[in-house]
Design a protein around this ligand. Structure first.
Ligand code: 13P
Length: 256
């Protein structure tokens, strides 16, 4: 049984007060005793401490949106994994398509960041996903397999206990164009088959694969009920409790 994860990627949004208010509203929904789903919020780095304070005592987990593959040192503008764990973060998003597209992160960078996050005790939420032209050219499976091969290079079976995969088709991010339930399921099944071939059937059965890209309250139930969809990585809709809470509920309904 894979416990669903509902994760909110706030991207470069919120201010200190709205971050605090959003985290408080979500923390109320996620008491420490809640064990049906995992809920993670990933605020901008400068608000991590504010959000961690608001989440304190609850079951709401807090993660980074990005981290360095380096030890603390002379790397201007970067956030070390050690800093995330020092604050109390559980996890970090690695290789989001916006990092890949706008900051030149290739699979080998994603791989070294993933290894560093795991070595630091963080759960790594590793993102993959095809561009629209790649999908239209029938290359989705090849693109996903190649991203997985590069991003998870050298990882062991034991490492995989702390890896979560996020399938985010780039054409569905922030566009309102959501993948159909069938498109999401097909891609997730392909990723799970890849995990079985690269690792083993236990890893394939245990690894959570989240869908991301225009998840909203009205499409969440359909996506989350697909057999290989184990949660969601939500952008825009994670910024409003009235949108994110129904998505959490939709995740919980799949295990009820
Ligand atoms: P949207 O939900 O805004 O499409 O963003 C998805 C995403 O990129 C989450 O990481």
């Amino acid at each position: 049984m894979r416990r669903p994860i509902l994760a909110g990627n706030w991207k470069m949004n919120t201010c200190r007060e709205s971050a605090r208010a959003l985290a408080s509203a979500l923390a109320e929904q996620v008491p420490a005793s809640r064990d049906d789903v995992e809920v993670i919020v990933c605020p901008p780095a400068v608000y991590l401490e504010t959000v961690l304070a608001a989440a304190s005592g609850s079951g709401l987990q807090v993660g980074g949106q990005n981290s360095s593959d380096q030890e603390p040192g002379a790397f201007t503008g970067e956030t070390a994994c050690e800093m995330l764990t020092d604050l109390g973060c559980s996890s970090v998003i690695i290789g989001h398509s916006e990092r890949r597209q706008f900051y030149g992160e290739c699979d080998s960078v994603v791989n070294s960041k993933t290894k560093k996050a795991l070595a630091s005790g963080l759960k790594a939420i590793v993102c993959v996903g095809e561009l629209l032209d790649q999908r239209e050219a029938g290359k989705t499976k090849a693109v996903l397999e190649s991203q997985m091969t590069g991003s998870l290079a050298d990882l062991s079976v034991e490492d995989m206990a702390n890896v979560v995969i996020a399938y985010e088709p780039v054409w569905a991010i922030g566009t309102g164009k959501v993948a159909s339930n069938e498109q999401a399921e097909e891609a997730h099944a392909c990723l799970r088959t890849w995990l079985e071939g690269r690792f083993n059937s236990d890893v394939a059965a245990a690894t959570r694969i989240l869908y991301g890209g225009s998840v909203k309250p009205d499409n969440a139930a359909g996506l989350l009920s697909q057999p290989n969809v184990d949660g969601a990585l939500v952008g825009g809709a994670s910024l409003k409790p009235e949108l994110f809470i129904p998505i959490i509920d939709a995740g919980a309904a799949t295990v009820a």
